[in-house]
Design a protein around this ligand. Sequence first.
Ligand code: GLV
Length: 311
Amino acid sequence: MTILIIATHDRPDWWARELERLAPEADIRVWPDIGNPDEVEYVLAWRPPHGALAALPNLRVVFSLGAGVDHLFSDPDFPAHVTVSRVVDPYLTAGIREYVLLHVLRYHRNQPALDQQQRDRVWDDRARELRQADEQTVGILGLGELGRDSAEALAALEFDVAGWTRSAKDIPGITCFEDRGGLDAMLARSRILVCLLPLTPETEGILNAELFSKLPKGAYLINDARGGHLVEGDLIPALESGRLAQATLDVFRTEPLPADHLFWDHPQITVNPHNAAITDPRSVAKQIVGDIARDRKGELLPNTVDTSLGY
Ligand code: GLV
């Protein structure tokens, strides 16, 4: 059994070490040293080069090394018959939860203004807005594995949480909106908007000027999904006109964010290097080895992706 790791951006040696430990009988190869391509049945991939998967005629399963799978489907030669499995991992979910809580709380507590006061040596206790958590409306775009978990964590802190998904969901404690019709209603009530959607042709560019205009004036944006969700040219005008107050971005259309990008030193934008949640090989490799054993027995795999939906 041959497993190939294609993860040039994601510490391939670490993945190889974990797989060798957990599946000593397997033949583990690391891109670009693929050996005989006919032998490769399983691939662990993060942003594989276009065409790399199509060149493996006996490939059975691709394991995405992240929750998102857009990095696979953006390959025009992606082999449609192959099973795609994505990471669902408690550590990854926890990483996103921590990130969402950190930045929602930071905006809820008006921390960016307080940071500025410190730089200006100003003591003004009115800069901490008096709005209780249950008066703070948070909207989550996407109530999948990650969105639902973050929504519930915010609700546990008493925030007034709503979520929006393509198909109807019923989650205790969360006001759920669905489909295009529900989107405007959710936006209208969301002072803090968090994007945790999968990137698909339907969600590409969803964070744009029109969407911003439907939020309460002075809303906050947190994008922890994909850079492709945001129309980058619409963000700075929305911030500078006061339509949005602040934005926190962990993901960008081009990563790493180019050194001359305007987002880097815009006072209303927080830039993070796509590290809200890191896929931890110590826990995820164990799941992958278990899934490979299931596949060898002809069993269905959990966490497979519906290739027609793209998530
Ligand atoms: C990271 O961005 C992931 O998809 O897990």
